[in-house]
Design a protein around this ligand. Structure first.
Ligand SMILES: *Cc1c(COP(=O)(O)O)cnc(C)c1O
Length: 472
């Protein structure tokens, strides 16, 4: 079984997958992460290409997690999560299809799920895994999260109706697209509480942190990508993407570009690479909030107040999951990670040399990066549509733009498409002069303030609200 430890715990106390699933940060504020991952040979990798996505999911999850859950549970969860009702756009059973844009240039669509963002790929199974563990233990769990858009609706669509879970989701009053707002609003009710904070996304995140310091609320679980359950569920689509790009040439190296915010999606790519998938470079694409781009290029990790952009799900001031990568780069040294992260938390800036690494350590580990801005996104959406007939969303455009700059002759490059363009109609109109047609399932969504409790960024008010509405 994969041993899970906190990135900051020098006693290396190991927790079970189920325990980690239900908790957020470790008590020492580190992130739970596996000490080792299983390795796949090229032969084994080749055999995986015969599997459907749900079967691939089950195989990899059981490999990564081990026997903590019976395999049948993964089978049931995969069937409940990945089917044609939840993923109506799926053709020929391919839930994560790769299309070729040009010679050596590929795009993988991860957004065919219920809320049209890649977060469905992990949150659909995550909510069901949580529900299963709670049922087994006779427990219930309240969850608290913050979203700038996509996490909110993906978590809500997954958790809605699961009786052992109750979700309180904070979102900024301004900043989400109309579609995202309408989508979340439509999911309110039952065990889903949408709280609109009159502030920015950072205010929402600060509230989550503050509330969890109160012992009375310390048991609240997390749905963001600090949850290992989410990251581990994202590994399968990297394996599938790789196999679709290389076809019969398993063993050939490819580059992968990922539009990145909290470093959750691309970290799953790193784990796929650790497991033996021949990914040569993992390329981080940021928007104007380019904390990670600067880290990779200079070795300095520096907090930067987030600005609102037209790829809002990547508007971050720091990238939580980077701590997990650091744990491996620093030779699994929790004492070093703790000191480094505490320096960052105190001073807002830290260098790779502070933990004894070269400033190129991320590049040496196979990372590369690029950054974009509003105009490059607009231009990329327009040109990708005109040249290849593919309409991409602004986050995907950040990636495709960076892919154009980082491409190297002879190495196929795969860009991850992380949301459908329908979620960002205003930006699409600016790029191509028209909005994308809405699929039948999204036609009913209309913007309005419905479904949200509007609240000042005040932790006492929020605590009272949560207490009053807890009904588990
Ligand atoms: C969440 C999100 C991202 C960023 O993913 P991370 O795991 O935070 O790096 C990128 N694109 C879209 C559309 C998203 O919803």
């Amino acid at each position: 079984m994969t041993q899970l430890v906190s990135t900051r715990d020098s006693s290396a106390t190991s927790l079970s997958y189920s325990d980690v699933l239900l908790s957020g940060l470790a008590p020492d504020r580190g992130l739970y992460t596996p000490v080792e991952l299983p390795r796949l040979t090229l032969e084994e990798l080749k055999e995986l290409s015969a599997l459907s996505y749900p079967d691939l999911y089950v195989r990899l999850k059981s490999l990564i997690v081990g026997t903590d859950m019976p395999t049948q549970v993964y089978v049931d969860i995969a069937n409940d999560s990945f089917n044609e009702t939840s993923f109506p756009g799926v053709e020929s059973g391919n839930y994560v299809p790769v299309v070729q844009l040009a010679s050596g240039q590929y795009l993988q669509n991860l957004s065919l799920g219920p809320t049209a963002a890649f977060k469905d790929m992990a949150l659909q199974p995550l909510a069901r895994e949580m529900d299963y563990v709670l049922r087994e233990r006779g427990q219930k769990l309240r969850l608290l999260g913050a979203t700038s858009g996509d996490t909110g609706s993906a978590a809500e669509a997954a958790i809605k109706g699961l009786g052992n879970l109750q979700l309180f989701m904070l979102s900024p009053h301004e900043g989400m697209s109309e579609f995202q707002r309408a989508q979340m609003g439509s999911l309110s009710g039952d065990n889903i509480h949408n709280i609109s904070i009159t502030g920015r996304f950072d205010d929402c995140q600060d509230l989550v942190k503050e509330i969890k310091l109160d012992p009375e609320f310390a048991d609240l679980g997390a749905v963001n990508s600090i949850n290992w359950g989410r990251i581990s569920s994202q590994v399968p689509y990297y394996v599938s993407g790789y196999l679709q790009v290389v076809g019969d040439s398993v063993g050939q190296e490819i580059d992968v570009v990922v539009p990145t915010g909290n470093f959750g999606n691309i970290l799953a790519g790193y784990f796929a690479k650790m497991m033996g998938v021949p990914i040569r470079r993992l390329i981080v694409a940021t928007n104007e909030n380019n904390v990670l781009h600067r880290l990779i290029q200079t070795g300095r990790y520096e907090l930067q107040p987030a600005v609102v952009t037209s790829s809002p799900s990547m508007d971050i001031s720091k990238a939580s999951n980077y701590e997990r990568l650091l744990y491996y780069l620093a030779g699994k040294d929790p004492t070093g990670v703790r000191a480094y992260m505490e320096t960052f938390e105190k001073q807002g800036v830290v260098s790779l040399s502070d933990i004894g690494l070269s400033n190129d350590a991320l590049k040496d580990a196979g990372f590369e990066s690029g950054t974009s801005n509003h105009m490059s996104r607009i231009e990329t959406i327009r040109s990708t549509y005109q040249q290849f007939g593919e309409l991409i969303d602004p986050h995907t455009a950040d990636g495709v733009y960076v892919a154009g700059h980082c491409r190297q002759e002879g190495v196929p490059i795969l860009s991850m498409a992380t949301a459908l363009p329908v979620k960002f109609e205003d930006t699409i109109r600016e790029a191509i002069g028209d909005i994308p047609p809405r699929e039948e399932r999204f036609v009913h969504l209309v913007a309005g303030g419905d479904g949200f409790e509007v609240m000042k960024p005040d932790s006492d008010i929020l605590k009272r609200y949560i207490q009053k509405h807890t009904n588990l």
